[in-house]
Write a protein that binds this ligand. Structure first.
Ligand SMILES: [Zn+2]
Length: 196
């Protein structure tokens, strides 16, 4: 111990080198690509998990729609926003993880709904159940679907929420026909894989 102390005492003090200023370049990485077509290898790697999550979102939306109908004499909600206000559904559920959407946020439920309705970026899915009731809806009816473009991997396609609460994947050619029929007011669409 004495020996160590003497070394410390007699070792010449070396000047402390001045710290050189170091510039760190922090790459700016956005959470989502600007367009799904620009998706890099990382996004492609996440795609299988994203599809599972997207289908799970639509199943959750389907359950909330059926619960809403139970509380409203069999009528389905006029819009998705009623599921946020009356069924306590999180605004996060309306975002396909492969899409470019951003979660609607706010301090109160009312603010969340205002944000949700103010910009379509807060919803990845299209609601198709506004004029349907529990009594007239068959499994072939479509309650909600997503536009082509969220899932651009191979194979390209969309998730569709059916009248019985099941979610099915439609590959691009059939998905295009299905969306075409739905936008023309044909529900249940003939392009569905489920027979009424
Ligand atoms: Zn999706």
């Amino acid at each position: 111990m004495i020996f160590l102390d003497s070394i410390r005492r007699f070792s010449p003090r070396r000047p402390i080198p001045a710290l050189k200023p170091t510039i760190y370049y922090v790459p700016v990485v956005s959470a989502a690509p600007l367009c799904p077509e620009c998706a890099g290898p990382l996004s492609r790697a996440r795609e299988p998990a994203n599809r599972v999550k997207c289908a799970s979102n639509l199943r959750e939306i389907g359950q909330a729609i059926l619960m809403y109908a139970q509380d409203h004499g069999g009528r389905f909600p006029a819009g998705f926003e009623h599921l946020i206000t009356e069924e306590d559904l999180s605004s996060n559920v309306f975002l396909c993880p492969s899409g470019i959407g951003e979660r609607a946020a706010g301090a109160t439920t009312q603010e969340v709904v205002q944000s949700f309705l103010a910009d379509p970026i807060h919803c990845s899915y299209v609601y198709a159940g506004a004029n349907l009731t529990r009594a007239t809806t068959t499994p072939a009816h479509v309650l909600a679907y997503e536009p082509l473009g969220n899932h651009v991997g191979n194979p390209q396609g969309i998730h569709v929420l059916h009248g019985d609460g099941t979610v099915r994947w439609y590959a691009a050619p059939q998905a295009k026909r299905l969306i075409g029929e739905l936008t023309a007011g044909q529900n249940p669409p003939r392009a569905t894989v489920v027979k009424p």
